[in-house]
Design a protein around this ligand. Structure first.
Ligand SMILES: [Zn+2]
Ligand SMILES: [Zn+2]
Length: 183
């Protein structure tokens, strides 16, 4: 859904949208598995710079929810995660801040972004917000044992034989003594 600055100037917009998985490209970080729901309000706000210059911003407020599948940081098995995020954003025209000290801060709470041309695509905004909502790290369970660093076996599922193959340092010391005695 394109948020056109001219249309928003004519009338603010309340939106309630649903996006099926794969509409938003989340990259490799997460897979969307339930529809992403977004409700919010879009409007135009004007910022005055000096006496003559008016900068037209788009303000977006809303909330999104989605069901995602992420990877366990230890065993890389899929982990289901519900995310919800409230957002309050202010988009200035690209270049509006260039060479200026600071614009009148219309909204101290809002995150500042930039739009190019006639407006912004709601999908782009939501994709960014979803990525910001991702936890830095998830694990499938608190005591996930992860993968064996040697053979890659998922240690939650089975025990590999690598632990046995790794030599106990005490035996190494004994073998060295024996080898010295033999020579
Ligand atoms: Zn895990
Ligand atoms: Zn192993």
């Amino acid at each position: 859904m394109f948020l056109d600055i001219k249309e928003l100037e004519a009338h603010p917009l309340d939106f309630e949208e649903e996006f099926q998985p794969d509409v938003l490209d989340l990259g490799g970080e997460a897979r969307q598995i339930t529809p992403l729901k977004a409700v919010g309000h879009a409007e135009v706000v004007e910022e005055h710079h000096g006496k003559h210059e008016v900068i037209t911003d788009i303000r977006l407020r809303g909330r999104l929810t989605a069901g995602l599948e992420l990877q366990c940081a230890r065993c890389v098995e899929p982990v289901r995660q519900e995310i919800a995020r409230d957002f309050e954003l202010l988009y200035r025209p690209l270049g509006a801040d260039a060479g200026r000290d600071e614009l009148s801060v219309t909204d101290a709470e809002a995150e500042i972004g930039y739009y190019q041309g006639d407006g912004i695509l709601l999908e782009d905004v939501l994709r960014e917000q979803v990525l910001l909502a991702l936890p830095l790290k998830v694990t499938c369970r608190e005591d996930c044992r992860g993968l064996c660093p040697h053979c890659g076996t998922n240690l939650n599922e089975e025990q590999c034989s690598c632990a046995v193959a790794v030599e106990d340092p005490r035996w190494t010391a004994l073998r060295e003594i024996r080898e010295k005695l033999q020579h």
